[in-house]
Design a binder for this molecule. Structure first.
Ligand code: FES
Ligand code: FE2
Length: 445
């Protein structure tokens, strides 16, 4: 093929977005969108400054005074439960001259005292102490005018706390749309809800946030090759095409996507992800609809990615060669953008609050073995992602068009019982084409 056929225009922002707009429906995406300073600046303004971004799970801050420090772009927020039990989030920036008032990643505090001049805030954000207040600021000074700044928007869905930098943002419910139905497959598996298995792991990867989430919204196809060694070791199912089976579903107009993976036809797999019998029984009554149960009981691997950068993965895995049975594990992750071609992965392990202790231990073991900083699957993936981003940012590589054509022409599954548009096979880029439609809409807005 002549070079001109596989090369788009220059990498200037307008041309890159134009190339994306022109090529998307044909499944052709310019590599340059994955590691480009101008694209990243626009993503900060057009995507991350007005999208709902996952901050924390409520089980991380169960008691009054519990807090965690979390980020949206370069903004640090103290997510804290007040003495009244209410969860709030404040910009970690002293109202006096801008010093950080919270110096730890997590903890418990009734107050936050600024180390610069000593202004002190209660954990509901109110300024309650100003050294030498009267002598320094006189009678007219009102502490009530100088509380910590709350995040413009904070909302919760079943224990998942999301923040938004835009006061004009639609509600979280509206933002999620039909994706909430699929989230409930995990959040409502038990009446007791989820709890985190310790603080999140964090690690930096030289890649683009979009490349990372692609794996968790659509790219089952990579398991054949990227994780081949794990298949050969018997850690992943023997059928190399195991991730092909099941349904890939997207929520049109929202950018969200999910993969509900079953097993190869005729395969003998434990029912209901391999959760203990008692948890399976409880799920029958905790799910909001019968259809949730019907879908859940056929599922062995489940992923969902919420636009723009939150993913959840709930696969069944054998924790090690000594343990005879596969154990499901659950991870949440945020692909936190640090710069062009650079992210911090924030990765949580979670489990149902009312799961038996032995299971919690095995689920944690399974999570740490496969995902997070020590995870074998994670290391397979991050190594690849970093080279793709490096190529995408290179002088010649940035002008190449990538192939997102898998599954074009496959008709949606008319019999799928859940919401969204479902395809009867996971080897398709349909969720990605939907994701980039939404991405483009916001980037061009
Ligand atoms: S900057 Fe915080 S008290 Fe001065
Ligand atoms: Fe992977």
């Amino acid at each position: 093929m002549p070079w001109s056929k596989i090369v788009g225009g220059s990498s200037r922002l307008g041309e890159l977005l134009e190339e994306l707009a022109t090529g998307l429906e044909q499944g052709l995406l310019p590599a340059g969108i994955f590691n480009d300073p101008e694209i990243f600046e626009r993503e900060k303004e057009k995507i991350f400054s007005r999208s709902w971004i996952f901050l924390a799970h409520t089980s991380e801050i169960p008691s009054p005074g519990d807090y965690v420090l979390r980020y949206i772009l370069d903004n640090a927020f103290i997510v804290v439960r007040g003495e009244d039990g209410q969860v709030r989030a404040f910009l970690d920036m002293c109202r006096h001259r801008g010093m950080r008032v919270c110096r730890a990643e997590a903890g418990n505090a009734s107050h936050f005292r600024c180390p610069f001049h000593g202004w002190t805030y209660r954990n509901d954000g109110a300024l309650v102490g100003v050294p030498a207040e009267r002598e320094a600021f006189g009678e007219g000074f009102s502490k009530a005018d100088w509380s910590l700044l709350p995040i413009p928007k904070l909302e919760e869905f079943d224990g998942l706390l999301f923040g938004n930098l835009s006061p004009e943002a639609p509600s979280l419910k509206e933002w999620l749309g039909d994706a909430s139905w699929y989230l409930e497959l995990v959040t409502k598996r038990s009446h007791a809800g989820l709890e985190v298995l310790g603080p999140p792991q964090r690690f930096v990867v030289n890649t683009d946030w979009k490349l990372a989430l692609e794996t968790f919204i659509s790219d089952s196809y990579h398991t054949l090759m990227t994780h081949r060694s794990l298949i050969e070791l018997g850690i992943a199912p023997r059928d190399a095409k195991y991730a092909m089976y099941g349904e890939q579903i997207h929520i049109p107009g929202k950018g969200h996507g999910t993969m509900v993976v079953g097993g190869p036809p005729g395969a003998k797999l434990p029912p209901f992800w391999g959760y203990p019998e008692e948890m399976m029984e409880r799920a029958k009554t905790s799910y909001p609809t019968r259809t949730h149960w019907e879908v859940a009981k056929e599922t062995r691997i489940f992923l969902i990615t919420l636009f723009p950068n939150f993913s959840l993965h709930n696969p069944i895995r054998k924790p090690d060669h000594l343990y005879p049975k596969p154990v499901p594990m659950l991870t949440f992750r945020v692909w936190h953008p640090l710069g062009p071609g650079r992210i911090e992965v924030v990765s949580w392990g979670l489990v149902e609050k009312d799961a038996p202790e032995w299971f919690k231990e095995k689920a944690l073991h399974s999570y740490m073995r496969f995902f997070g900083s020590s995870g074998t699957f994670e290391q397979d993936d991050t190594e690849i992602w970093s080279h793709v981003a490096r190529n995408a940012g290179s002088t010649l590589g940035r002008r190449v068009l990538f192939n997102y054509q898998m599954g074009r022409g496959v008709a949606p599954d008319p019999n799928w019982p859940g919401p969204g548009v479902a395809y009867p096979i996971n080897f398709t880029d349909e969720n990605l084409r939907n994701f980039y439609r939404r991405y483009l809409e916001l980037m061009l807005d």
